[in-house]
Design a protein around this ligand. Structure first.
Ligand code: NDP
Ligand code: 8X3
Length: 250
């Protein structure tokens, strides 16, 4: 049986992916800061597969390394890493952007992803196998008004994904990115700092992607035969043409 470590498993895409991978008989290491949510998910999914939880902030370099380096024996061989934890903080023009928001996005979306990868990759190299899925965004392919630093953080994920592909190729490790468009999760509640009305408005008037849509794609990607690596995938709701054009009649 394979084991997958999923960051950001307490909500949205990460949580849906945990539920989906359990259906595929993949053991799970679930990560996130909200321990109560991890515990609830663990209770639910332990009926199907073995589940271990790790509660850390991906910004905390020491915690990331020590938690992942001291996994119980049954979980220490990680076959699949889903680098999913991340969020947008604010949606402001560059000239009025908030420094704390900028720090959060760079520290979580870029540096956090690197810390987790740094902890997981050595064992994958030792095993000459492994599969890393980096969750980017259409914001990593395009820049939209007021998206500035969030887009920069996701462009960095796109570059890191390509860098991993090159550097880990000789170690037999598969690396790929999935770049969603609009997915209805807690993403906009976080971006707009708990203003739920503003968050809901983002997904009004069209059918957005659901976390299950992305989880389904992740399950497809990780269940391909070893010689198949899905390297880069942009996924939109049908109503979305790019990061700024959304057909509100669909
Ligand atoms: P959610 O807000 O629903 O989930 C975000 C997850 O990231 C949570 O589980 C949260 O866990 C975790 N997380 C956030 N900050 C930290 C931190 N400092 N340390 C550890 N974990 C953290 O959003 P989504 O599911 O939408 O987001 C998942 C990924 O998908 C992100 O990388 C996002 O950028 C990307 N994405 C989202 C899109 C969308 O439209 N929703 C589109 C394209 C990409 P906790 O708070 O418990 O720590
Ligand atoms: C999340 C999607 O369009 O808000 O990455 O950037 S978007």
């Amino acid at each position: 049986m394979k084991t997958a470590l999923i960051t950001g498993a307490t909500s949205g895409i990460g949580k849906a992916t945990a539920i989906e991978l359990a259906k595929h008989n993949i053991n799970l290491i679930l990560c996130g800061r909200r321990k109560n949510r991890l515990d609830t998910l663990q209770q639910e999914l332990s009926k199907q597969v073995n589940v271990h939880t790790l509660s850390f902030d991906v910004r905390d370099k020491a915690a990331v390394l020590s938690e992942i380096n001291s996994l119980p024996k049954a979980f220490e061989n990680i076959d699949i890493l889903i680098n999913n934890a991340g969020n947008a903080h604010g949606l402001d023009p560059i000239q009025t952007g908030n420094l704390d928001d900028w720090d959060a996005m760079i520290d979580i979306n870029v540096k956090g992803l690197l810390y987790v990868s740094k902890a997981v990759i050595p064992k994958m190299i030792a095993n000459t196998s492994g599969h890393i899925i980096n969750i980017g965004s259409i914001a990593g392919k395009e820049v939209y008004p007021n998206g500035n630093v969030y887009c920069a953080s996701k462009h960095a994920v796109d570059a890191i994904n390509k860098g991993m592909q090159i550097d880990l190729n000789k170690h037999g490790i598969r690396v790929g990115a999935i770049h969603p468009g609009l997915v209805e999760t807690e993403f906009s509640n976080v971006r707009f700092k708990g203003d739920d009305q503003k968050a809901d408005h983002v997904y009004k008037g069209f059918a957005p992607l659901t976390p299950d849509d992305i989880a389904d794609i992740i399950a497809f990607v990780v269940t391909r035969p070893y010689h198949v690596n899905i390297a880069d995938l942009v996924v939109f709701p049908t109503a979305q043409a790019n990061s700024t054009i959304v057909n509100k009649n669909l």
